[in-house]
Every structure is written in structure tokens, then in C-alpha cells.
Design a protein around this ligand. Structure first.
Ligand code: AP5
Length: 222
């Protein structure tokens, strides 16, 4: 199964993708996480990604597509992937379709997680993420058991530099100008399912699993 999670910054793609991937035993491919991990070292990829991310702009397609195509050829991606934060524009969507077609595969379903703009701003400005495992928390909605420490791995929690209000506004602009066009692209392909992203994390996860249930029944999963 190849599933795309689509939604604005802060819609809950990362929160849900990691949980759903664990339940369905799929790989979780998050381009934002890959770019942030690259910044931990001295790599050229990390340096380039940082330049664009701190401005709230998209990292150029050539860099992003190359990174994703390399990652999907890894053994853990062979039985399926949840794409979180990719594709983000038409060029990336077409590149993904082409790459999967060459492997005899296709995007099976696109889960569009819908949340109001007011809620997105609240979620992003209160978000803290783990420096080690990237798990997202929220200072009010899903606070960690110990302040500043990740419940999963004990890593340090920090605020992403691109979660500053001015950068959030820029990211939302980019989302509406480029990524939101994919709603139409995948609707026309008959693959898009809209899921209400408002509610607690467990409730939203249940909605997503329900939206996907036809897919994993046909692939033999429960
Ligand atoms: P990326 O890391 O992908 O960020 P994003 O798409 O902007 O999405 P976010 O991670 O901000 O939000 P999310 O939807 O995952 O929400 P989350 O689950 O964390 O990309 C960052 C940058 O990298 C981009 O700006 C770009 O520069 C670059 N990039 C990445 N991919 C690229 C690509 N394909 N092409 C080019 N450039 C690319 O939740 C948000 C908060 O809400 C958390 O605090 C969470 O705890 C809370 N929350 C989650 N669910 C709920 C709920 N149900 N109720 C209440 N709170 C909730």
C-alpha cells in the first residue's frame, strides 16, 4: 500500500502518519524529518535544506525528489509507505506516480486531513518536537509526561525554528499556492478521501483507519 497524507502545516500529518504506519506495518517517509535529520550532520543536503526551511519555502524539487526516490528503494519500503509531506506540488506528484509505475505500483489512497486555519496556527505555535526521534508534542493538547523530555525516547524537546509565527504564515501561503492544488489532482484520480482532522488524536486515527479500510481489506491486511 502506498498512501499519501496531505494537509496544511500543522494538520497532524506527522502525528497520524507515525501511528497509522505502526498499525498497518508500513514505512513512514516524512520529507521534513529527513531534511531535519540531514541538518544534524555536516552534509550538503542538510545545508541546502536549512536555507529553504528557515524561510518557510519548499526545498527545490530536484533535491527533494532525488532524496525520496532513494528512500523508497530501501528494503523497508517494499511492502508499502505512508508519505508525509510529499508530494507537495504537481511536479513532485507526477515524479512519484512515474517512479511507482516503473516499479509496477501506484499511489493507492490519499488521506487529506482537514483542519481550520485558526486551529493550525494554535497547533504549530504550541508544538515541541523530539530532537532524537522527531515525535511531536503540544504544550497544551498533548504535553509530555516530563516537561521538555520525549515520552518515547527521553530525548530533548525543542521548538522548530520554522514554527515562529512569521515563518508559519509563509508556510501556509506556500501550502495554499502549491500543495492545495494536489487536492484536485488526486480527486480527479479518484484517490482522495477527506478526513476531519479536528478531535483528539485517537479519534482522528480511527477516522483514517476507517477511510483506509477498503484498501487493507483488498490487500489482505486487517
Ligand atoms: P514538514 O516537516 O513536512 O512540515 P509541514 O508540512 O509544514 O507539516 P508539519 O510538520 O508542520 O505539521 P504536521 O501536519 O505534520 O502536524 P503535526 O503532526 O506535527 O516540512 C517542513 C519544511 O521542510 C517545509 O516548509 C519545506 O521547507 C521542507 N519540505 C518538507 N517536505 C518537502 C517537500 N516535499 N518538498 C519541498 N520542501 C519540503 O501536528 C502539529 C501540532 O499539532 C503538534 O504539536 C501536535 O502535537 C498537535 N496535534 C496533532 N494532532 C492533533 C489533534 N488531533 N488535536 C490537537 N493537536 C494535535
Amino acid at each position: 500500500m502506498y498512501i499519501v497524507f496531505l494537509g496544511a502545516p500543522g494538520a497532524g500529518k506527522g502525528t497520524q502518519a507515525s501511528r497509522v504506519a505502526e498499525t498497518l506495518k508500513l514505512a513512514h517517509l516524512a520529507t521534513g524529518d529527513l531534511f531535519r535529520q540531514a541538518q544534524d550532520g555536516e552534509s550538503e543536503l542538510g545545508r541546502q535544506a536549512k536555507f529553504y526551511m528557515e524561510k518557510g519555502q519548499l526545498v527545490p524539487d530536484e533535491i527533494t525528489i532525488r532524496m525520496v526516490l532513494e528512500r523508497i528503494s530501501a528494503p523497508d519500503c517494499q511492502s508499502g509507505v505512508i508519505f508525509d509531506g510529499f508530494p507537495r506540488n504537481l511536479k513532485q506528484a507526477e515524479a512519484l506516480d512515474k517512479a511507482l509505475l516503473e516499479l509496477g505500483k501506484a499511489v493507492d489512497k490519499v488521506i487529506y486531513i482537514k483542519v481550520s486555519e485558526k486551529e493550525l496556527l494554535e497547533r504549530l505555535s504550541g508544538r515541541r518536537i523530539c530532537r532524537q526521534c522527531q515525535t511531536p508534542f503540544h504544550i497544551l493538547n498533548s504535553s509530555p509526561k516530563i516537561m521538555g523530555k520525549c515520552d518515547q525516547c527521553g530525548g530533548e524537546l525543542y521548538q522548530r525554528p520554522d514554527d515562529a509565527v512569521a515563518v508559519i504564515k509563509k508556510r501556509l501561503k506556500v501550502y495554499f499556492a502549491e500543495t492545495a492544488l494536489l487536492i484536485d489532482y488526486y480527486t480527479r484520480a479518484g484517490k482522495l478521501v477527506e478526513v476531519d482532522g479536528v478531535g483528539d488524536v485517537a479519534t482522528v486515527k480511527k477516522r483514517i483507519i476507517k477511510a483506509l479500510s477498503g484498501e487493507f481489506a483488498s490487500s489482505g491486511r486487517r
